[in-house]
Design a protein around this ligand. Structure first.
Ligand code: FAD
Length: 406
């Protein structure tokens, strides 16, 4: 059996590793010069940066298992910290190292700047959601869900809305409540304390998975075709002709718009949301109280402390910030941050199609297609999660296992 995996993002990497470890002759085609797709490292002005900030949680089990499989040790490559939600208005919710669900209960009870009455309403609401196993009875937005649950106070603005933006890349007014509930189920609602931990990369993103996976795949006999954009997939007697070679099956692990170009019958039609990352370099002494800060202001959203005075501001989803050019956006965020010194360098990285728009009742395809030898992988195919690394990895594993089964 010889399988082509087209697309070397985290979904394609997962599929290629799974196939290769099952003894399948695997070729991974990637249009870019490096693996990683939307979660890759880039070089700007001689600096190694990430294409965007990626926030991982201990709940990303398949991602962490895949890293271990290719020889990348999550315990050394990530700094693991109990979750804290802190913002620039004084709100703070810190989870202690207690067993779940005590950690979340304690974190909520001791959250600063919230009345006891509001905390009790929220605790009851969360308990109800848990008892219903995080299953909603209808497709609504996160904002509607919060309204129904009486979440209209400070916790909405300082906890739920920022979490929704971080997890779904969409404001609560447009985001799917069911997808958000799924994320809460596997993080704040998990029975494993470690699932709520924040995993902060100690290295550039490429070193977490794409580079170790490339080495592992080559060492285990897979063919890596980097810088090779596939322009057509042709049916053949026993499978497909792709880039002059014959394969018995293929996994399309590209973003949906590219998958449709290669296989028009798929007719995948998604709306997308942008993300901008505004890197601001201050002097090495500038540091955040916690590596992740929710900046409540005109444009600011989440800020990640990349150490040595480098702060990365993340702007998620369509918004007013898109009207600003790079200079104005960097200037505006620098002002919002109100750091005691001026930034010496900045860079704005914009991803117009960062994620699909995770709105209510969104139809997402399975990994199978009408051709029994062609499979789909990619964050958009996974129905349980929004566009995340864990969703991408799971989708790649699923497509590989399905192709092996067939
Ligand atoms: C700025 C930003 C921030 C994010 N933040 C987070 C976060 O905090 N946490 C989180 O979990 N997720 C986050 N995400 C989402 C996460 O990055 C994606 O869900 C994940 O990387 C998607 O992986 P994928 O393999 O499905 O797709 P992609 O990464 O898009 O991979 C598809 C690959 O296919 C290749 N390709 C396309 N066409 C062809 C062709 N014809 N031939 C060969 N190759 C082709 C592309 O070059 C690409 O490498 C973020 C995304 C962005 C952009």
């Amino acid at each position: 059996m010889k399988v082509a995996v087209i697309g070397g993002g985290w979904a394609g990497i997962a599929a290629a590793v799974e196939l290769t470890s099952a003894g399948v002759e695997t070729t991974l085609f990637e249009a870019g010069r490096v693996l990683g797709g939307r979660a890759r490292s880039i070089t700007v002005d001689g600096r190694r940066l990430d294409n965007g900030q990626h926030i991982l949680l201990g709940a990303y089990r398949e991602t962490l298992a895949l890293m271990r499989q290719v020889g990348a040790d999550p315990e050394t490559l990530f700094e693991r910290r109990p979750l804290q939600i802190i913002d620039n208005t004084g709100f703070r919710m810190a989870l202690p190292k207690l067993p779940a669900p005590l950690n979340v209960a304690w974190g909520l009870l001791t959250a600063q700047g919230v009345s006891l009455g509001e905390k009790l309403v929220t605790a009851r609401w969360m308990d109800g959601i848990k008892r219903r196993r995080f299953q909603l009875t209808k497709e609504i937005t996160v904002a509607q869900w919060l309204d129904e649950g009486g979440q209209t106070g400070r916790l909405r603005r300082h906890l739920w809305e920022p979490l929704c933006l971080a997890a779904l890349n969409l404001p609560a007014e447009r985001a799917s409540a069911q997808l958000f509930a799924n994320v809460l189920r596997d993080s704040l609602g998990s029975s494993r304390r470690e699932d709520t931990d924040l995993l902060l990369p100690r290295v550039a993103f490429g070193q977490l998975l794409p580079e170790p996976a490339a080495r592992w795949l080559s060492a285990h006999g897979a063919k890596l075709k980097l810088g090779e954009r596939i322009t057509s997939i042709n049916r053949s007697e026993n499978g497909f002709d792709i880039a002059g070679d014959n394969f018995s099956a293929a996994i399309l692990a590209t973003a949906p718009q590219h998958a449709t170009q290669l296989w028009p019958e798929l007719r995948l039609n998604f709306d997308f949301e942008p993300i901008a990352t505004v890197y601001l370099q201050f002097g090495p002494k500038i540091t955040l109280a916690f590596p992740l800060l929710n900046l409540l202001g005109k444009h600011g959203q989440w800020v990640v402390d990349r150490s040595n005075g480098l702060l990365a501001c993340v702007l998620s989803g369509h918004g007013k910030w898109e009207e600003l050019d790079d200079e104005d956006l960097a200037g505006s965020l620098e002002a919002e941050l109100a750091v005691s010194e001026k930034a010496v360098w900045h860079k704005v990285v914009r991803e117009k199609r960062a994620t699909f728009s995770a709105q209510p009742a969104l139809l997402r395809p399975n990994c199978t297609t009408s051709n029994r030898r062609l499979f789909l992988a990619g964050d958009y195919t996974w129905a349980d999660y929004p566009a995340t690394l864990e969703g991408a990895v799971r989708s790649g594993l699923r497509a590989a296992r399905m192709s092996l089964k067939r």
